[in-house]
Design a protein around this ligand. Sequence first.
Ligand code: SAM
Length: 200
Amino acid sequence: MNHLIGHLPPLPRHATDSQALLTTGDVEALLWMYRRVEPHCDTAEVGTFYGGSAVLGAMWARDRGTRHWCIDEFGLVGSKFPWEPSMEIAWAHLRAEDLHRYAVLVAGDVETAGLAFGDGVFGAVFIDSDHTPEQAPIDMAWARRVTVSDGLVALHDLHGDNRYPGYQEAVEGLVAQWGWTEAFAAGSVKVYRLPRGGEA
Ligand SMILES: C[S@@+](CC[C@H](N)C(=O)[O-])C[C@H]1O[C@@H](n2cnc3c(N)ncnc32)[C@H](O)[C@@H]1O
């Protein structure tokens, strides 16, 4: 798929065609975001699966000398796909690109694993977990807490259709309420800039 991304730098193969969950436009939006992260800042994502987005985050974390933290249920008992070996597969993809030192895979969700992170520590957060109107606000509230003032939060699967009923409305309602501004959009990813000083 790399040949489709003409104006972007060469990407690790596993960022694009290991599993076609991220489109070329999605990748463009994520690269736009990760390139704008402050030099010292780690980044994070919620929803990793086989590691396509993790590879992208880790690639830019390597350039910054930081880490990309990936929270996912990773097939834990009680998750939607128990015993799914997604963590092993994500590690395999990261290792294949020699990026495994720049990622941390954390099993759980933002209400469990997410508690491990302090306020205002990440330069950017990507949310691609459970696309429901119930879970999106929980993930977004976590992203709001852990992202630096004036930082960036991206969400996946904002297609503008009703693929995930209630999801887009829930996201856009909170974006307006919290004063996030749309900074970039491509594919089904929208990147929002959080207000300076945290609260809107
Ligand atoms: C669409 S996939 C993520 C795809 C990934 N970003 C990529 O680039 O390939 C969604 C992932 O979210 C995880 N997930 C679902 N609900 C979750 C939750 N509440 N917290 C954390 N992860 C969740 C699933 O285990 C699944 O691996």
